[in-house]
Design a binder for this molecule. Structure first.
Ligand code: BEZ
Ligand code: FE
Length: 280
């Protein structure tokens, strides 16, 4: 029997149209999406003007996307959705290093460097020695782990945001552990920076009374055969944005010590060990 649309039965009306060709998973995801979307409009008594503004916002969000810019991921980030999906998909045992948001500034195939090398190529900022080891859950060293690192420079920009100003691969590099699982490199003590806020997402943050800043962090992508990929950062514990990260990436366990160093080359030293989980 055909059901015509009513406000009361809006969800059922839409969801019973899903055909038998839809896979069970698509059916599950789409019917849930419709149900929550309709509940949102009903709960807020959404006005036509508000929905028009939302459509205009989503249109502009799509229009600003390009090879270099992904405004929808940024939207997902500032709504905490990227962190939620990441959390659901990376539930880890006690003791394992936690994941956090990947972000848009990773570049694949960064130069492979020797342990102890400096990744800061522009001579700006205070140098910091990053040091630690990669282990499994029992504390055994992980050999041949790839530690791919990237950070902004002392002016708060990643190299890819300033291709005509910064040296290529500034503050990036890959390091491979030896049998002892140890790593060590020199970078800068990173600084806080705003996420790209000159588009619709930045405007939305402004309307919501939110700032666009991320607390200072060093990005790490740690991979090793037989272990789950670890996408994480370490955060400087003295940053004023730690409790208001625009993308909700901070986890307590990822706040690392940044202490005055005692070597000639660096001003700071940051010790952090990465604990990987085996693949099932
Ligand atoms: C980042 O840390 O690089 C980042 C993460 C999410 C949005 C923008 C930047
Ligand atoms: Fe970042």
């Amino acid at each position: 029997m055909t059901r015509y649309f009513t406000e009361e039965a809006s969800v059922e009306t839409v969801n019973e149209r899903v055909g038998s060709e839809a896979s069970p998973r698509l059916r599950e995801v789409m019917t849930s999406l419709v149900s929550h979307l309709h509940a949102f409009a009903k709960e807020t008594n959404l006005t036509q003007d508000e929905w028009d503004i939302a459509i205009d916002f989503l249109t502009r969000t799509g229009q600003i996307c390009s090879e270099e810019r992904q405004e929808f991921i940024l939207l997902s980030d500032v709504l905490g959705f990227s962190m939620l999906v990441d959390a659901i998909n990376n539930r880890r045992p006690e003791g394992a290093t936690e994941n956090t948001v990947f972000g848009p500034f990773h570049v694949a195939n960064a130069p492979i460097r020797q342990m102890g090398d400096c990744i800061s190529l522009d001579g700006k900022g205070e140098l910091c020695r990053y040091i630690g080891k990669v282990t499994d859950l029992d504390g055994n060293p992980v050999e041949n782990a790839c530690i791919d690192v990237w950070s902004d420079n002392a002016d708060s920009f990643y190299d890819v945001q300033q291709p005509d100003i910064q040296p290529k691969w500034n503050n990036r590099g890959r390091f491979f552990t030896g049998p002892d699982g140890a790593y060590q490199f020199v970078g800068i003590k990173p600084v806080s920076y705003p996420i790209p806020d000159d588009g619709p997402v930045g405007q939305m943050l402004g309307h919501m009374g939110r700032h666009p800043y991320r607390p200072a962090h060093m990005h790490f992508l740690v991979t090793a055969d037989g272990f789950q990929k670890l996408v994480t950062h370490t955060f400087a514990g003295d940053d004023k944005y730690l409790e208001s990260d625009a993308v909700f990436g901070v986890k307590k366990s990822l706040i690392a010590p940044f202490v005055r160093s005692d070597d000639e080359e660096t001003v700071w030293r940051s010790d952090f060990d990465f604990v990987l989980v085996p693949v099932e």
